[in-house]
Write a protein that binds this ligand. Sequence first.
Ligand code: PLP
Length: 381
Amino acid sequence: MNTSEIYVDHAATTALRPAAIAALERSFAFTHGNAAGHHGAARRAKNALEEAREQAAELIGAARPHDIVFTSGGTESDNLAVVGSALPSESKVIVVSSVEHKAVLEAARGLSRFGYATRLVPSDGNGVIHPEAVAGVVDGDTAVVSVMSANNETGTVEPIDEIVERVRSVNRTVPIHTDAVQYFVAKPLDVAAIGADLVSLSGHKFGGPTGVGLLSVSSSTHIEPVLVGGSQEAGRRPGTSNVAGIVAMVAAMADVESERRRFAETAGVERDAFERTLMEGDPTVTITAKDTDRLAHFSHVCIPGVLAETLLIRLDAAGVFAAAGSACQSGAVEPSHVLTAMGMPADLAQRCVRFTFGWDTRPGDGANAARRVLETVEALR
Ligand code: PLP
C-alpha cells in the first residue's frame, strides 16, 4: 500500500497478517506432499493438516477436530451448509434471512429446481432479524435455517444465540447455519455456546489467504457433499487439501483471537474517528444501523446528493479505497437487496458507501479518510 492511500475495504478482503505469511513460508517448505497420500512427504502434509484442524476447532469452540471441514472459502462453506444439509432432509422448506449474503440466498434458490421452497425472514430497519420472526416461519417441516451472525454491508450483528434458542423451541432437530464470515474478526466466536450446527468462516476476511475457509459441522448434523470426487475431509469435501493455505488461515485465526483487544483499539477507534469527523463536516450524512449492535470496524453511511458509484470513483482517484453494496447491472445501479430488505428507499440506497477498517489500519486513517470524503462530496455537489 502506498502511504498516501487509505484502505477502508477490509470487509471485501484483508492484507495477509504477518503470522499468516510466516505460516505460508513455513508450510510451503514441507507441504509438497499430498495429504491423502501414503509416504513420508504425504504424512508430513497430513500431520500439518490435522494439527491445523485441531487448533481451528479449539479456537472457535467446536466440540471435536472432526467437526471442521476445510473449504475454498465463505461461498463454498455457505453452499455446503445450505445445500449439504437440505439434500438429506425429508423436508423441502429452507428458511433464510432476507439480508443473507448471496452465497446463502442463491444456494437456497438454486434448490428450487429440486422441489425446495425458500421462506425469507424479514429484517427491521436496522437490518436486525428478530428471533420471533425466524421462529414464526419455522415448523416441523423445515429442512435448514440460515441466519448470518453479522451483515457484510451494514455490520449489523444478529441476535444469533436467541435465534437458535427460539428455533429450537419450535423444531428441536432442524440444522441451523450461521454465516460468521464478517463476524469472526471482530467478536469472539464459540460455536458450542451459540448452539448453531453449521458455522461458515473465510480466511481472507481476517488476514488469512484467499481461497480457503471452513465449515464447522456439529456431530448431530449430517451433510451431503456438494462437490463429488475423492474422500477428503471425511467424505464431506473432496479435492486435494490446500495445506499451506489452511495452515496460514489457522495462524491468522490464532492471531485474531490473541489480538482482539488491539483490533478494537485500531479498527474500532479509527471507525469512530471516521464517523465523528464525517458528521462534524456534514450533518446531513446518516449512519446505517447506528442504534443497534454493529461490528466495530464497519461504517455504512448514506450521503445525500451524491451517487455512491460516482463518489467511489472519485474516492479511488483520491486514494481512498471503499465499496458500496450496490451492484451495477447493465448501466443501472440496483440498490442492494440488504438495504431494500431494511426498507430503505431506492433513492437513498444508491447514495450509501461502506467503509471498513482492519488489523493494519493506521492511526489517523479514520479522520483522514473522512476529510477526503468531505472534500470529494463538496466537489461533486
Ligand atoms: N458471506 C459473507 C457474509 C461475506 O461477506 C462473503 C464475502 O464477501 C462471503 C460469504 C463469501 O466469502 P468468500 O469470498 O470467501 O467466498
